[in-house]
Ligand binder design. Structure first.
Ligand SMILES: C[S@@+](CC[C@H](N)C(=O)[O-])C[C@H]1O[C@@H](n2cnc3c(N)ncnc32)[C@H](O)[C@@H]1O
Length: 485
């Protein structure tokens, strides 16, 4: 018998045995209930074991990834360029060798690629390269590590921010008032203070002068009054003036070059239209939003250029601030169009980032959280625009500023702290006005109190910040003091 035939016969014999066994099997299945029961049990057990094994390997992988992120977070990475390059090349080569070995080494391979990301100057670009060059399963593991890291960082936000030296922490407090119960975030003192003590000092994320003062006596960057010495920028066709060379330079680097350096000074230019809308609407927030967005772009480009990344970006800080929703109207649609037109030619893709939802959110956050910046000058003609609900206990303000930490301060008509601008610019100081103990909640007055009665004050607070003030002063005046435990 030749080999070919024997192979065919062999196959036939196996097939016959196979068919015979299948028939016998089917017969048992149909006729023997005990067999059927056992069979079902065995199948269930096998499926269960398979599921458990898959679960276990998933849990093991998740545990590996979590621990890996933790370990990488505590690692010291090289800082100088040559050492970074060397480390990067080593990790990438190691990762490639590992994934070539097969699935069992995918986790270790992913860890190498994740470590390489830590020293690469433009991580977003590298992720895009990974997506095209490494196996999908490994890429997904790298991606998973990145999202664990982001979630961990976000979850720890209020443990790391505000920094310890600011003497305050953000905590959730439950508000028991006569009208409603809700949880709100508040600033709690981490030290004792006497009246007059400065609790913290804070730089603005973005600020803007009242439009009537732009280009006129006040510094466009720090909002300080000029004392004769003005610094103009030749390329700025919109008349911003500065109190010092340093302010001019900062404005140029952070936002001005991006926003307003243009060869087109016609009234129809995008820049001119934005300024026209700010001035005619007598509102500060569009300029603040434009500056804020430009600053974000600057922050991102700096990150790529220097490889240095702050623990939390400005966007991370902003994201957490609460706000009141702004309903879209024609006015907002026009503002959004203006903003998109302005950015579209300057930063590709930015016009998509400025979605209606994002713009309204930013506007809501600014109006809800910003502080009016006051000076001691007698500026009787300058009044807060009614639409701009910036917080201020002073009747006159020269502009507004948006701050990361001070945003969390609650209101009281008889507050234990005060917002001050001691250098007569946009740098804010929170100063104790009463003795403060560690653990006390800090508050400021969102509105001018003076001799206004409680219903007048409550009206303003309810209209602008949608809460009913139940501070001791209000409760004393209303006689409600005993109704709150
Ligand atoms: C600018 S935010 C302050 C931070 C805010 N508490 C948070 O949770 O992020 C203003 C909002 O805080 C709340 N708030 C401030 N002072 C309050 C007070 N005395 N009583 C109740 N709610 C207050 C109100 O909801 C108000 O609209």
């Amino acid at each position: 018998m030749d080999i070919k035939k024997s192979v065919v016969l062999g196959i036939c014999a196996v097939a016959v045995v196979g068919i015979g066994y299948a028939v016998y099997w089917d017969y048992l299945r149909q006729t023997d209930p005990e067999f059927r029961r056992k069979l079902k049990k065995t199948r269930k057990k096998a499926a269960k074991a398979k599921k458990a094994a898959a679960e276990e390997s998933k849990v093991r992988a998740a545990d590996f990834l979590r621990k890996a992120v933790e370990q990488v977070g505590n690692e010291n990475f090289p800082t100088d360029v040559t050492a970074k390059e060397k480390y990067f090349m080593e990790q990438v080569a190691k990762g490639e060798n590992l994934f070539a070995k097969g699935e069992s080494d995918y986790l270790d391979a992913a860890l190498c690629f994740y470590k390489a990301l830590k020293v690469y100057p433009n991580p977003v670009e590298l992720i895009m390269i990974y997506q095209k060059t490494i196996p999908e399963a490994v890429f997904n593991l790298v991606y998973e590590m990145m999202s664990i890291e982001v979630k961990k960082k976000q979850a720890e936000y209020f443990e790391n921010f505000p920094p310890k030296e600011m003497n305050v922490k953000v905590e959730e407090v439950s508000q028991r008032s006569t009208s409603d119960d809700h949880v709100r975030r508040a600033l709690i003192s981490t030290k004792d203070f006497a009246p007059g003590d400065v609790i913290f000092v804070e730089q603005a994320i973005a600020s803007a002068l009242d439009p009537s003062l732009e280009g006129n006596e006040f510094c466009s960057y720090c909002l300080k009054e000029l004392n004769g010495s003005e610094f103009h920028d030749e390329s700025d066709l919109f008349g911003a003036i500065y109190c010092s060379e340093s302010c001019r330079e900062k404005a140029m680097t952070e936002y001005e070059t991006l926003l307003f350096t243009t060869r087109d000074d016609s009234r129809s230019s995008k820049e001119a239209r934005l300024m026209e809308s700010v001035k005619s609407g007598k509102v500060k927030y569009p300029l603040m939003i434009a500056r804020f967005l430009a600053k974000m772009v600057h922050e991102e480009t700096q990150k790529v250029a220097t490889g240095i990344e702050e623990e939390y970006s400005t966007w991370d800080h902003i994201e957490r601030l609460r706000f009141l929703a702004v309903n879209p109207s024609d006015k907002e649609s026009k503002e959004i169009k203006l903003m998109r037109d302005l950015f579209e030619t300057k930063v590709p893709g930015m016009e998509e980032f400025i979605s209606e939802e994002r713009y309204l959110m930013l506007k809501g956050k600014l109006l809800y959280n910003a502080y009016g910046i006051h000076t001691e000058h007698n500026l009787g003609t300058i009044r807060e625009n009614l639409e701009e609900t910036v917080r201020s206990s002073q009747p006159t303000v020269i502009g507004a500023g948006f701050y990361r930490v001070a945003s969390y301060l609650a209101h009281s008509c008889s507050p234990n702290t005060e917002v001050r601008f001691p250098d007569k610019n946009n740098v804010l100081s929170i100063v104790a006005t009463k003795p403060i103990r560690t653990g006390d909640e800090l508050n400021v007055s969102y509105i001018r109190v003076g001799d206004r009665d409680y219903s007048n004050r409550r009206n303003e607070l309810e209209t602008k910040w949608r809460f009913k003030c139940t501070c001791t002063k209000c409760l004393e005046e209303t006689g409600e003091i005993d109704t709150i435990a």
